[in-house]
Design a protein. Structure first.
Length: 403
């Protein structure tokens, strides 16, 4: 795909058009080919006559440097925008974008205020202003400004994208998905938008968005890592393995991918390898919840139940939104003859995650073991009406056996 984009860029350049260089340069930037994008955009500057086209090309050069995390070069490109544009509004908005690359809201906001003073309603300035206010904690004002930007230019993706990111930070998942899907519909070739959407969609849907992200940008390490996680969540182990291998080929130290690799070792019953890989991740990032869960599961599988219980407790503290930890802990304790601990984990599972079916199933199993058949029936019935993947025929068989 990257080679195809480079060839496309050459084809555009052959046309001798500044507008074609702008389109090609933007595509190269979105593919993560920053050096090639800048070369193509500079070529376009040599062809451009109209000031508006030259401004767009210079701004796109600045964004290429921003995406490549080259702050000083981005600032220089933003100042070049100011030398071309009528008024300094676009240059100040561009400088605001550059400051946000380093998460410097306090430096970005004065720039966008200057931009909006010179060019009231400037779309790019309002997008940066919304981003900066969100980072500063002014969520309602940030949302208002980004919605205002959408209202003024509903055919541009940026404000939708950053409003979606604002909702992600606030835990408003459905609202975030709605905004990111709108951004992606406007610009389906933007790998960053596809990745952001893939981070929050359920696994079965995420793999499509993430697959698009890595097709558009083959070197997109974070997207490959998240794709490996999504395939794992979907139970597609060979696909997860392939995505892990591609991630680690690009970055052998990528921790999320190494955590997935640990999980794959666990599913293959290579418990020592799972422990080694999980602990390597935890040595680099002690708060990595999924690696801690794999460590706990591997310890339980090796019969080291006391160490496993401690690890499950730690994993739950690190990942309180994941019901799998408590369910796995309850199952491990039940299998290890620690029925009191099993009941404690299961009770927490159904209290904290009352709609998660697997928690009710393991609670039912524990109640059967304790000869509390009436309560076990109730637990199994609740499981059958709850959410999440379970072996329904098996639960129905267990329920029928209690009659």
């Amino acid at each position: 795909m990257l080679a195809a984009l480079l060839l496309a860029g050459a084809a555009w350049a052959d046309q001798g058009s500044a507008e074609a260089s702008l389109s090609s340069g933007r595509a190269l930037r979105q593919a993560g080919s920053h050096k090639e994008a800048i070369a193509e955009l500079r070529k376009g500057l040599g062809l451009a006559g109209a000031a508006a086209t030259r401004v767009a090309l210079s701004w796109e050069i600045a964004r290429s440097y921003i995406d490549d995390h080259k702050f000083n070069e981005a600032v220089a490109a933003c100042r070049a925008v100011g030398k071309i544009a009528e008024g300094k509004g676009p240059s100040h908005a561009c400088l605001g974008e550059a400051h946000m690359m380093r998460s410097r809201a306090t430096e970005a906001l004065p720039e966008v205020e200057l931009a909006l003073r010179e060019a009231p309603g400037l779309y790019e300035a309002k997008v940066v202003q919304g981003r900066a206010l969100g980072q500063a904690g002014s969520m309602q004002e940030a949302e208002r400004i980004l919605r205002d930007a959408i209202g003024s230019s509903s055919n541009r993706p940026d404000a939708y994208y950053w409003l979606g990111e604002l909702f992600v930070v606030q835990g408003k998942r459905d609202a975030a998905i709605e905004m990111l899907e709108k951004a992606r519909a406007i610009d389906p070739k933007d790998a960053t938008i596809a990745f952001s959407l893939g981070r929050i969609l359920p696994a079965a849907q995420a793999v499509k968005a993430l697959g698009s992200a890595v097709t558009l940008r083959p070197g997109f390490v974070a997207a490959w890592a998240r794709l490996s996680e999504a395939w794992l969540e979907a139970g597609k182990l060979s696909e997860a393995q392939s995505a892990v291998e591609q991630t680690l080929k690009l970055d052998e130290k990528q921790l999320d991918a190494r955590a997935v690799l640990a999980r794959l070792h666990f599913f293959a019953k290579r418990y020592d390898d799972a422990l080694t890989q999980a602990r390597a991740v935890l040595n680099a990032a002690a708060s990595h919840a999924s690696a801690k869960l794999t460590e706990a599961d591997a310890l339980a599988a090796k019969g080291q139940i006391d160490l496993a219980i401690d690890a499950y407790q730690a994993a739950h503290s690190l990942g309180r939104t994941d019901p799998t930890v408590l369910v796995n802990a309850a199952r491990a304790c039940l299998g290890g003859g620690r029925e009191t601990s099993a009941r404690s984990f299961a009770d927490r599972a159904v209290t904290v995650f009352p709609k998660w079916a697997a928690g009710w199933v393991v609670l039912g199993d524990i109640l059967v073991k304790g000869r509390e058949n009436a309560k076990a029936k109730e637990a199994y019935r609740t499981a059958l009406g709850a959410e999440g993947p379970i072996d329904r025929p098996e639960v129905e068989r267990k329920l029928a056996a209690l009659k």
